[in-house]
Design a binder for this molecule. Sequence first.
Ligand code: DGL
Length: 264
Amino acid sequence: MSRVIGVFDSGVGGLTVLSRLRARLPEADFVYLGDTARVPYGTRSAETIIEYSRQGILHLQTSGVDLVVVACNTASAVALPVLAGEVAVPIVGVVEDGVLEAVDTARRGVLVLATPATIASRVYKEWIGKRRPELVIEEVACPLFVPLAEEGWGDTEVADLVVRRYLEGIELRYFDLVLLGCTHFPLLEPALRRCLPTDVAVEDPGPRLAERVARMLGPMLARRGVVRFEVTDSVESFARVAGWMGMPAEGHVAHLPLSVLTGD
Ligand code: DGL
């Protein structure tokens, strides 16, 4: 059987998840929806995040996907609990994998980097704390990482400055694990590695999620799957960042007018 997986994010961040999914499931087809006209989600109210996510996820469902991956921590933390009951196809978020990564691998403490909305939801602190109450858990909202990633500036001296500023005042000796609680943040991993002590691991839950999705879908026809990209804003800037991430998207990115999502 061949399968189509819908991948949803506010922008380019979900590409970090898509690359993991493609590596693990090369036979699957993918439809990637980046709501680039309305990124960022992580600084918005819960009502707005739920409504934007609803529109994107229902659009993917209408496109005929077999499963939706919400490749956005903000939408997974804030909107998924509300939307899960509204979607007819299986739907998977990213938070669970981040929590398990921390629960399974942290020794002293976990520093969660995420958007303000994800942190306000408290999912990471509560879910990790429940399973490993002895761990030190601290969360830092890093909203400026999102535009840096969207701009393709994750591995620049500007990113280093921003990372240092967010880490200011944090007692790093308490932590052995930095959890990337936003799918845009793996794009800043080079800057994070430059700014963190070498004995602190930086974990991206993407591979664990890909493994979980592969288990859910089971065996597929041996074939090379294709990816179709849809974005609500500039096709060119999305294709540029995708190319920079090693996922040539040029010629495969379609502009999706926002009115298709909003129904106006
Ligand atoms: N990539 C998203 C996340 O994982 C959202 C970033 C944003 O739009 O603020 O949280």
